[in-house]
Design a protein around this ligand. Sequence first.
Ligand code: ZN
Ligand code: ZN
Length: 506
Amino acid sequence: MSTNLETRVKDFRNFVKKIASYNQALAVLHWDMRTQAPRKGMDARSEVIGALSAEQFKLATSKEMGAFLEELTDSATLASLDPITQKSVLECKKEYDRNKQIPAETYQEFVVLTSQAETVWEEAREKNDFAMFQPYLEKIVAFQLKFIEYWGTDGKNKYNTLLDLYEPGMTVDQLDSIFATLREKTVELVAAIAESPNKPDTSFLTKYFPAGEQEAFSRFVLERIGYDFQAGRMDRSVHPFCTSFNPGDVRITTRFDEHDFNNALFSCIHEAGHAMYEQNIDPALLFTPLCDGTSMGIHESQSRYWENMVGRSLPFWKGMHGELQKAFPTQFADVSVESFYRAINQVTPSFIRTESDEVTYNLHVMIRYEIEKGLINGTIQVADLPRIWNEKMEEYLGVVPPTDTLGVLQDVHWAGGSFGYFPTYSLGNVYAAQFAHVMQQEINGYEELIEKGDFAPIREWLKEKIHQYGKMKSPRELVEAITGEGTNATYLMDYLVKKYTAIYKL
Ligand code: ZN
Ligand code: ZN
């Protein structure tokens, strides 16, 4: 490498570090806003966040960035770069090309629209008034179509352009086949469960559980599975989330419902699954655009793996039953480990996605996926959404929400302008089952380790195969390297059928 090129690479890495520094600072401001900041300071804080975001956006789309990319993406030059710089260049180029297409004023309009829409959506949801939200949603869909024109399509399906934002490489063709598998087998399984006379008793889960005791137990469980509190912390917020500043500082939040044991604990395990991904990214990727999960789907595979495949498994609770009874002696005194395990895995068709069980969850996602695809391809109109939503709920889950508040108005995603995001929730479940299937073959005594509470071998496996890479490998590359095949929903359905056949004695 010539000294000239060496200097340019160094300058590029410093430039990228500056962008990453803005992002880290913004993440801290966001976290503080949602956990600690007093109400009266919110308006000023929003302005600060807006101003710093604009600076970050300017840097990422600047002439300076353009010049770096033009020089470093020359094929001979690109090939001569070290792997991390090479991948960073490509990642910056993707962002740069995407953002450069959209006129600044169009983007500005969209930001203003979605911020208004979120406020209107909140009120519409409260008042059960879809008509109030409808004109905003129509405009947001029109913006999506405009963006797709700027970004370009693969000539097959416009929705693919949106999917690529959250799950690079994923297409409607693949998703249609994944969801077809999930739908057919899930609807069958849900029906069989509904007819089973062997329903679990869940009454003990809604006894009184003081928040402080729940928090202590949650912390104990997170330490046991290996969330590193030296590289993170847990606070309270209205909606639980995980945020990463850098691998040495990945924070999670939770909230407690004193009459629902499941609520906080499993959401803590879920967020810790996200956090352990970020905590184990190779430190060499720090201050590059690669220091992040590779896709929303892979990220969700980590949270859902720990939450459901570990946290809601029988071996896990066999190992933890003594601790559970010690922590909640009055509530769980006469509850056997089998009864507890069956109770935390209760399946009931419900209206709200975020409160749904592991089996029906993908049906909720599927409804959103089909609607988004229809809106983007012009086969569904916004005005018809309440009716279409309820029809699909009836068809897939056999229940019809009595209000739009409990139906089409329940999620914030569309108000925020996120289209193409929902499918990654199901992809997370699908990937998690594929990874767990391989782990069972590759990790000696897999179930015994979970029962013993010895999670180091599982964490090491995840770090070696997934976490360390950050964005160095695409979701497809990861899945293929680990499983030797592509995305395959059969493993998830096999896992669910086996687990719930036992629980409901089908
Ligand atoms: Zn809420
Ligand atoms: Zn998640």
